[in-house]
Ligand binder design. Sequence first.
Ligand code: PHE
Ligand code: ZN
Length: 853
Amino acid sequence: MTSPAAQAEAETFYLKDYTPFGFEVESVQLTFRLAPHATRVLSQIRFTPKPGAADPQFFLHGEKLNLISAKIDGVAVSPVITAEGLTCDTPAEPFLWEAEVEIDPASNTALEGLYMSGGMYCTQCEAEGFRKITYYPDRPDVMSTFTVRIEGDEEVLLSNGNPVSQSQGLAEWHDPWPKPAYLFALVAGDLVNHPDTFTTRSGKEVELNIWVRPGDEDKCAFGMEALKKSMTWDEEAYGREYDLDIFNIVAVDDFNMGAMENKGLNVFNSSCVLASPETSTDANFERIEAIIAHEYFHNWTGNRITCRDWFQLCLKEGLTVFRDAQFTADMRSASVKRISDVIDLRARQFPEDQGPLSHPVRPEEFQEINNFYTATIYEKGAEIIGMLKRLVGDEAYRKALDLYFDRHDGQACTIEDWLQVFEDSTGRDLTQFKRWYAQAGTPRLKVAESFADGTYTLTFEQSTAPTPGQPDKDPRVIPIAVGLLNGNGDEVQPTTVLEMTQAKQSFTFEGLASKPVPSILREFSAPVILERDTSNTERAFLLAHDSDLFNRWEAGNALSREARIAMVLTGAAPDASYLDALQKLVRDDSLDPAFRALILQPPSQSDIAQALFERGHLPDPQKIYDAAETLTQTLAQQLADSLPRLYADTTVQGPYQPDAVSAGKRALNGRILSLLTRLDGGDQASRQYDAADNMTQQYAALAALLTAEKGTAQSQAFYQQWQGDRLVMDKWFALQVAAAPPEATAHIASRLTEHPLFTLKNPNRFRAVMGALAGSHAGFHHASGAGYQLLADKLIALDSLNPQTTARMCTAFQTWKRYDAPRQALIRQQLRRIKDTKGLSRDTNEMVSRILD
Ligand code: PHE
Ligand code: ZN
């Protein structure tokens, strides 16, 4: 155990310190002799010293390994071993390194390296888990071909690449594509498969499998369809074909993240692949489709072209998120996808970028890389790609990507390589654009306008507040998509992209008959905060007329935000013109139901808190909650006459289908039901609950009832019906907390942690309860501090078992400086208590230290 003092001095890694490894790894051969508490791993690795290498020292990473033997060219050696790895004298010529280590997968609760989940063996190596399996240069720029032999009693023994041989108790796999160790995977278990095949466009037949525990085989069909759609889409949109004979997906219950793109053997959190109408909601289906696509797309953006070092993480993640968003837009509705993504960006990335955890999309230092799988790297990373594409145009983007795949296939690359491809193929200078990768913080974009003699001028001013370690910011390139409307709501200037490069810059539009209404930042063309003095009248006008669906939604969102801010600050009644506009839209059957559902989704309470804070007010979570309640209640009353008709019209008839159109209708139907439930005492929701033959409707009914403080009977029935299904029980756990009134949230969450089905060892279950607590704005920030204390208690308990999930959940505290002094004191006390915990992990220590700073 490290002492708190030692933790404070945890090593920091810097981008500027990069040096290549001093050896080529020609080939890797691994043999696994599986046993729950004593698995033996034999490695045979061919190394060739690089002539004139800057760092010829032979260092192999290795953590918590029991070294049984080590040999070089068949002769026993005695390496020097530390907590991080080993060093050894090596010949100047190519040599064969052989080692045997013993590891204990059954005791591995961190879920990194080789571990066990529900009786099956499973690995997770990204980012630095391979070093917990054997000694190896565990860095992404070391790429090699792997041959893997697995000896075990399990029926199914899987690894990367193509199968070489399979027999009882033994399997051999060979992956012909050189890869870094973080893409290594092994799975062994008594699994069953859902098989299929895919023929690539050049005519190669690929065997596809989704492997699950017996009993789950009826939940694979949707994921399989999503996989085949992804394979086709990547061929069509990016010209990328699959490159092995087989593609395996495995579902595992205990997993820290969503899924992992190991070469030819993707491992999925079961919540991100298993789907059935009875157990999964529409939102689950959509998310599963997107994650399957995301992991599949990594085969080219991540695996064939990987990252030089972990500072370049956004190279694969930003690009792959961008690609999966394009895929979802193509499969479903582009505008609905864009709106949902922006909601998500504002909910998760903006607070990160404006708080103590703010970091550049390409960070320059870290202590624990696991702490940098963030919304900034993923989602802001994807936004940067979107801006680049908007600046160069669709055709030039495709050409640049072709060059990227051509030039860098088989390499471990940097952001410089990525931008160079765009510079070379378009002739553009991207020096200034690169600031998006280097500078943290969300730019604010102030807008002023003027009109004279038919000329309309928009003047923009950009600025970014200081972030940790970056006091001064330079102006960035900002693509601002703008359209103009006349007083009738007709578009007089179709969308055009203004390219802002200065701190302050004006753009003019000529030949206009009258002063137009601008629609700025269409499709959310840049991840910035737009600041514009505008009236609710103009917002209502855009909400009614804008041809850009994103900005229509945005106008409604702003109206809702302003209405609620006014309610919080002055106790005013909800703004009448806002309610009016909303009612019109909800009743407008010509509009996409999914869009109408989004319009009915109010800004989150945390968003309101942030907006208040930025305007110089201390956000009071209880008041924000009350305003939201009043607004919903008022809306329900005003819509009272139409609700039964709207409910009937949006009810989807016939057998459940997870397609986007039906899902959109059900989303609106669910919103209508929750409004109805505020008026009818829960009658309609109870009927829907009883009649539901799918989880979307069953869950929507239960959520509506519990939120209205009804539904005790249904909640018990739900528990009885689903207690044997882990994934459905996660929903049950989360909903109890999410639907609780603020004063009861912490108490209910606390009671649930005593429930026999609660366990610290399953990240999904932990997140169901603690994530719902952190996500309940008024509940978590209740003045009693009970929410803070409970979360800290459980984080301390989890840390010794699973540092990665603990550290990630610490982000719940990242917005603490928004709140009043008593709350800040309560949070600081809990953060200190976590930090002072003896033996605290490096992961959690780094997060808590940064948040406290
Ligand atoms: N690379 C995975 C993805 O983005 C995420 C992941 C990171 C999974 C680290 C596990 C561990 O798809
Ligand atoms: Zn990814």
